[in-house]
Ligand binder design. Structure first.
Ligand code: PEP
Ligand code: MG
Length: 326
């Protein structure tokens, strides 16, 4: 198997029936960067910038942030990189950050974009570091835990102010700036066309989206096998998002753990996803799965099975049988 993955590394990721699927990797620290070439990823679909904050004992200085972002872009050698603004709060606490209060439900609490819009100094410093690091190159930025479209407008205003500030001081600006949102809070599902028209791209955070749709703590081992992301209700949610992306011509990626397991990656492709981001170790197995996959046939199979009654429908087993029979 390892031999096969190595062989596939330099090959494009194409299904058996010729459909191209973009396989990106998730990263968060400088040590992850060599994986980009080793795994054969076509870019970084999720760079978790909060990791630099979590391994530090005090807020990383602006220069240190800028250095890391520049190293990431240098290592990517022109491959696309999507930086997520700091996703702290919730279970990701910074011991040196004194602003937080005790929360009864931290997953639903003061975290991610909520926190950084309330502490704009943090976000401003990060955005400035990113803009400087990406001078002369493309910059893709995405916002975590967006709940209302107004949060995107607020962040965009802050970003534009930083762009104006840097250009006033004759800084080398990014050649293009793309702003995306993570879709991980269900409220966005009911404003999805407007969302797609508001941003340059959307990335589904299926870990949090599943947690919130199923009201199931993502870290609770007692519940980890209880509900299945490959059950019809959640697959319908994922399809709703993929369809909205196509309808609005807005690129959609999925960057949660689902993308990294061959069986669920297969389901995602069948639902219409053409770009997924995963841990580097998953790229080989997912690429190998894709090479055997008849996507058109799978799409019809999923459509048929998701249209009828769902009670007791063993969707995961059906998908497994589909995979085994091909
Ligand atoms: C997610 O929620 O699926 C995601 C990719 O972000 P994180 O796991 O960092 O919350
Ligand atoms: Mg998340």
């Amino acid at each position: 198997r390892q031999e096969l993955y190595r062989e596939l590394r330099s090959k494009p990721s194409i299904s058996r029936d010729g459909i191209h699927i973009d396989l990106l990797m998730n990263a968060g620290l400088a040590v992850d960067l060599p994986q980009l070439a080793e795994a054969g990823a076509s870019g970084i679909g999720l760079f978790r910038t909060e990791l630099q904050f979590m391994v530090a004992s005090t807020f990383p200085r602006a220069e240190a942030q800028e250095r890391l972002y520049r190293d990431v872009l240098d290592a990517a050698q022109g491959k696309p990189v999507t930086f997520r603004t700091i996703d702290i709060g919730g279970d990701k606490v910074l011991p040196y950050f004194k602003g937080s209060v005790h929360e009864e439900n931290p997953a639903l609490g003061w975290r991610a974009i909520r926190l950084t819009l309330d502490r704009p100094g943090l976000l401003r410093a990060q955005v400035r570091a990113l803009l400087k690091a990406a001078g002369g190159r493309e910059l893709k930025l995405m916002l975590p835990m967006v709940t209302e479209l107004g949060e995107i407008a607020q962040a965009r205003e802050l970003i534009e102010r930083e762009v104006r500030h840097l250009s006033r001081f004759a800084h080398h600006l990014p050649t293009s700036l793309k702003l995306g949102a993570m879709l991980e809070v269900p409220s966005l599902l009911w404003q999805i066309d407007e969302l797609m028209q508001t941003v340059d791209f959307v990335s589904v955070g299926s870990n949090d989206l599943f947690q919130f749709v199923m009201a199931t703590d993502r870290g609770n081992t007692q519940l980890s096998d209880r509900f299945d992301p490959l059950s019809v209700p959640f697959l319908r949610v994922l399809k709703h998002i993929a369809d909205a992306g196509h309808r609005n011509h807005t690129p959609v990626t999925l960057c949660g753990e689902l993308a990294g397991k061959p069986i669920s990656a297969m389901a995602l492709v069948g639902l219409g996803y053409r770009s997924i981001s995963m841990s580097p170790a998953s790229i080989g197995p997912v690429k190998a799965m894709l090479a055997e996959l008849p996507v058109v046939e799978l799409t019809a199979f999923l459509h048929d099975n998701m249209s009828g009654p769902t009670v007791g429908l063993p969707m995961r087993a059906l998908l497994q049988t589909f995979a085994d029979d091909r």
